[in-house]
Design a protein around this ligand. Structure first.
Ligand code: F6P
Length: 470
């Protein structure tokens, strides 16, 4: 293989450049060219196919900095619809025009679904990325547990749900234990919890902090490091009576309460609390908003103003209970050491998978107590249910204790290998040296996009072949 294409698809994470860097370093060793495709699949729907040569003369371009968040080649939520065969053919023909013999997609479960029909036309592999940590399998037989039911309101007339599991859960058997981007998202969220705590303490308030993760509670679970009092995850509908009882007990004791909720939390009927105002992104994913706000409304109703007045801690429940979203800060900025290190290894593994001819494989990060973390290839077909679909991974329910509203003992065992030593000395040093540098005040921000733009090349437009000259 002489030339490989690489693209970043879906929502960004802090570890994308590190993954690209790992791929380029490996490609340089093997004397393979790497072409970065601009803005994910969007690039392939553009007849000019904007692209960047990431390793001219087998040297990485200087703009590729693995310690910088985001992606230098840009990302988008555009995707290849498996039903649209003409689109698939078009995408492949454009890749071939660029001389690309294999494609690395850095993406999540949506991208992996889109790759399935593409893999029948061109060698493709996936390097995982998602802050939600929802790409993977809690145990290898998880895809077999999906059942589908007719639902006229659902896309394609079916709804998919999980049947009860027959597998014994074992941390050592998780497929893709953790995904680059997750550790940094938790790092930012846990810091957010710590910072909200002292203001809630000072003003005798109840804070509800919403974190991302869609339908997966992994980010919320990890915020336990910031020591919130209560964590709510989408995989367990909260018992509101118990919640109010716990909130009142804590408020009585410590005059403040900090609650973390995942954006996808549901009520007893399985309805998303935050979906009261909902929309969809271009890939058809439901964009959830307002889980914390919905929870606040419920607590205001159930606790009432009198409670706070009696304590002389504000006039109303509305005043005392406030919400904050950690928001996109958990997806941006410098990746911490854990993410940088393993993202680079996974990137390198994808090059090896292509070169070894392992079409449609996923580079996964495995963990076991004896070997620690290690990367390997995993056949993408093994992620598919019997109808061929790949589902986002939910947090394994037993990692959470619904009574304590916190990680269970198993959850703590899950988190520790990731986060113990996840922060490098250079992470702290970087902040010390750069945040308050005098130059920040004087010089305008210089975007990576400005430099990469100068390197973008385009395909020549198709020239119609006319009649031969006479
Ligand atoms: O999948 C990553 C993610 O950050 C989710 O946690 C979140 O729901 C969503 O993307 C937000 O998407 P956007 O940046 O398009 O608002």
């Amino acid at each position: 293989m002489k030339r490989i294409g690489i693209l970043t698809a879906g929502g960004d994470t802090p570890a994308l450049n590190a993954t690209i860097h790992g791929a380029v370093v490996r490609a340089n060793q093997l004397k393979v060219e790497i072409v970065g495709l601009i803005k994910g699949f969007n690039c392939l729907f553009n007849p000019r196919v904007p692209h960047v040569h990431l390793n001219p003369l087998y040297q990485e371009i200087p703009e590729l900095d693995p310690t910088k968040g985001g992606t230098l080649i840009g990302s988008s939520r555009d995707f290849v619809d498996p039903e649209k065969t003409e689109d698939l053919d078009l995408v492949v023909s454009r890749l071939k025009k660029l001389g690309i013999e294999g494609l690395i997609c850095i993406g999540g479960d949506g991208t992996l679904n889109g790759l399935q029909p593409l893999a029948e036309r061109l060698p493709v592999v996936l390097a995982p990325k998602t802050i939600d940590n929802d790409l993977g399998l809690n145990h290898p037989s998880e895809p077999d547990e999906w059942v589908r039911v007719h639902d006229a309101t659902a896309k394609a007339g079916f709804r998919y749900k999980r049947a009860a599991s027959n597998a014994v859960f074992d941390l050592d058997h998780i497929v893709n234990y953790v995904t680059p981007g997750y550790a940094t998202a938790v790092f930012v969220s846990a810091q957010g919890v710590e910072r909200i705590r002292t203001t809630a303490e000072s003003h005798r308030r109840i804070a509800i902090i919403e974190v991302m993760g869609r339908h997966s509670g992994y980010i919320a679970l990890g915020t336990a490091y910031g020591r919130p009092d209560i964590i709510l995850v989408p995989e367990h509908a909260p018992d509101l009576e118990l919640l109010v009882q716990r909130v009142k007990h804590l408020y009585d004791l410590q005059k403040n309460v900090v609650i973390v909720c995942g954006e996808g939390i549901v009520d007893e009927q399985g309805r998303e609390l935050g979906a009261e105002s909902r929309s969809t992104d271009p890939a058809g994913n439901i964009v959830l908003s307002g889980a914390a706000e919905a929870l606040r409304t419920k607590l205001i109703q159930m606790i009432g103003d009198k409670y706070f007045q009696l304590y002389r801690r504000g006039e109303s429940a509305k005043e005392a209970i406030f919400t904050r979203k950690v928001g996109h800060t958990q997806r941006g900025g410098r990746p911490i050491l854990f993410d940088r290190f393993y993202a680079a290894q996974l990137g390198a593994e994808t090059v090896d998978l292509l070169v070894e001819g392992r079409n449609n494989a996923v580079a996964v990060l495995q963990y076991n107590a004896a070997k620690g973390f290690h990367v390997q290839g995993y056949d993408a077909n093994r992620f598919r249910d019997r109808w061929g679909l790949i589902h986002a991974r939910s947090m394994y329910p037993a990692l959470y204790d619904a009574k304590l509203m916190k990680p269970s003992k198993l959850g703590i065992d899950y988190l520790m290998p990731i986060f113990t030593d996840a922060i490098g000395e250079d992470d702290a040093e970087h902040m010390r040296q750069t945040l308050f540098a005098a130059g920040n005040l004087a010089q305008p921000y210089h975007s990576i996009n400005t430099d990469v733009h100068k390197r973008i090349r385009y395909l020549k437009p198709d020239v119609a072949v006319g009649p031969a000259p006479v």
